[in-house]
Design a protein around this ligand. Sequence first.
Ligand code: ADP
Length: 483
Amino acid sequence: MQVLAVTSEIYPLIKTGGLADVTGALPLALEGQGVHVRTLVPGYPVVTSRFSKKKIVLQYPALQGGQASVFAGQSSGLDLLVLDAPHLFDRQGGPYGNMAGIDWPDNWRRFAALSQVGAEIAGGAIAGYLPDIVHAHDWQAAMTLAYMRYGRAPGVPSVMTVHNLAFQGQFGAGIFGELDLPGSAMSLDGVEYYGGVGYLKGGLQAASEITTVSPTYAQEIRTPEFGMGLDGLINIRAADLAGIVNGINTEVWNPETDKLLAASYSPRTLGKRSVNRRAVEERLALDHDATPLLCVVSRLTWQKGIDILTSIMDDIVAAGAKLAVLGSGDHALEGALLAGAARFRGRVGVVIGYDEPLSHLMQGGCDAILIPSRFEPCGLTQLYGLRYGCVPVVARTGGLADTVIDANEAALSAGVATGFQFTADNGDAFVHAIRRVIAAYADKQVWTSMQKQGMKADVSWGRSAARYVELYNSLIARKQGQA
Ligand code: ADP
């Protein structure tokens, strides 16, 4: 089976969050299950510079205002199609914005171009390549399915995966004329959304099947509270909606072989984690003592509940724990965290920035990872935490609710607890959870057994990749039934 994936991020080439981890790991897992994935990605400088030879498979004299081509190549075990369109993607900064983090004003054009090319490849534009399924990820790729539906590949079965419904790609109606879609697409059942153009909305309408990244989030997005204005549409399409929890790349994230750790370890040698713990303490200027070291590795945003974290920082310190934070995002939240670090020297340490090696070291050295998200489609850091014996302490929402077993009395006595859950968006509940963590930490037997239980949990892609295969097969069978 041949699947064409379309995405704006793919690990290890370009990553701003969990989306990249998923699009980078899923193809490797699917390969083992008889599915070959080719992934179309934008030719950002960090992507094109990986390829010294470019095998051009498609050329555009004019694509959204400039010359473009698609070249094929392999990198890190991934089979890639790169949209080389310098006028759209050859820029300094991130995939969506400039160095200062301001979104590019022509993002609508950049990702329309990606999607248009995706749809044309789906329709057979590359000689000798015809995918059985097209799989679009998030709003940046969502219009692929609209372009397919409105003429470029109407019969090809498709999957739209929503990694986060908060990001929808909404633009003014004025861009429609430049999208190269028929006028009929600017309708309620097309790409029109509250008088403008909705990229994710258009993808949700056009997809054969919609998936999101955990069963709980799949239910949550059907409600006004989590639906972000799209719950009506998602409910209409509920028969074609599935929640498949993400896995992780268990080779990149393996405490037994991880070169980014100061010391690698296994469930049998958990004592070696103290070397990593010490390294984190040094790096963040934290006290070297026996109190629990809690960490946060996160985008610093309202979604992630970082304002709730800053509001309870005093309680964390008063309860006797230390806090290590790695993240970047909202400047006000960055400032509040840095102020906390200045106020509680030795007890709170903060690194502002994006630092992949440090994120590994923190998972490998800290005792627990705090994830107070208001909503969380899946969340990956709790899965890394499980695998690394860094006990997850999570808000009970979305994928966090689906992947962490709370240390309640029943779970503890059955020996199945892997972490702590608390009511989302509630500072008191968060503080209460931290007190539970500190109490459990004091009982070494309980704590070690939770760490080991977490490390045993299957967080690999195996089971979830099999669910995608089932889904792809069912869509192909549906299409054959219609023919
Ligand atoms: P989201 O995609 O919403 O940001 P996820 O938990 O799904 O959240 O994925 C976040 C990914 O980004 C994880 O791999 C996490 O380790 C990584 N990450 C987040 N912030 C940082 C940071 N400041 N430095 C390094 N890695 C980070």
